[in-house]
Each structure stands twice: as structure tokens, then as C-alpha cells.
Design a protein around this ligand. Sequence first.
Ligand SMILES: [Zn+2]
Length: 195
Amino acid sequence: MVIHASSDIQKGDEIWHSYISPLTDFMDRKETFNCWKFKCDCKLCEIEANDKNYLKRSEIAKQFNEFAEANKESPHIVIVKGESVLKEIRETYDEKNEFKIQLISVHMILSGIYFDIDNVIKSIEYLEAAISLMDNLIKYAFNIAQITVNLAHCYLLLGNYPKVKEMVQKAFKFSFCIDMDHFKMCFPEIANDLP
Ligand SMILES: [Zn+2]
């Protein structure tokens, strides 16, 4: 395993590592951390612990996840439901909330469903929205290189080669790969389409 620091480390600094995906619900994260006998005091946990809308939002997201799981065969129904859930969740956040985890999560689910029904343009729209919601500290906890490669793949299907190039450059930067051969090894799904 290779670990890259996302910022300079000074002598004596505490080093952070996200044990589990930050998309995991706060209560489930807390429970997992309990098993490892620690209480997480990262910024995300602090914000969610003090957020009066957290429980309501968590319930909406959980119900949607179950709904999407139960209706895999009916993507159009899940999309209609997902659009209204997005609106509901958006209303539970105020503008100064930095980490809109549940909103990211629903965007990712909808992007995948749109991709599966060959609506690449909508899939891109939701992936781009998810990425812009991660434009803060949270991006270091996600595999943002993979998400950007997925975007490159979508643009490739549309034949938008300048965008493919832009996304690959972005993904390369996020991936911390040492060169293009290394990058192709990490992302074989797009390797054949790269120069
Ligand atoms: Zn935490």
C-alpha cells in the first residue's frame, strides 16, 4: 500500500486517515469506531453530531437507499423518487454546511442509474455535481481519481475528446501516479483509449 500526504506534514503533526468511507452514515461510523475503541473527533463527525437536521436527513437517505435496492429492475421509478429525495435532502442543509455527504451519495446513485440506462449526459451532470460537492477537505477521503476516470469514460462515449483529455489530466493529478504507464495500470478500464 502506498499512502500520499495531501498536504505538507510538519514535525509533530497529527496524521489523519479515514478508516471508513465518509459516505457511511454518521451513526454507523460511530458504531464502527466504538469497536476500535475510539471516538472520532474529525470535523465531519463534529458537524454531524451538532446538526439538528442530521437524523431527518439520515432517515430520508436510508429510505431512498432501500428503495433503490428494492427497485433495481425499474430504474425510471428510482430516478423519479431520487429527484424528489435530492430536493428534500438539499432543504435539510444550510448554505454554510461544508460537507453535504448525503447529497453526494444520492448524486452518485443517480449517476450510476442514468449510466445504466444509457443517459450519459445526465450521468455526467450528476457526477460533476457530486465532484463539486467534494470540493473541500472531503475530497481526500474519496477515490476522486476513480470518479474522474468514470467521467472521462462518459465523455469518451459521447466522443467529446477534449473533455476526455481534461478529465484524464485531472484524474492523473488526483491519482498521484508517477507516470502514464503507472496510471494505465491503476485504471485499466480507460488504458486502451489513452495515447
Ligand atoms: Zn470523524
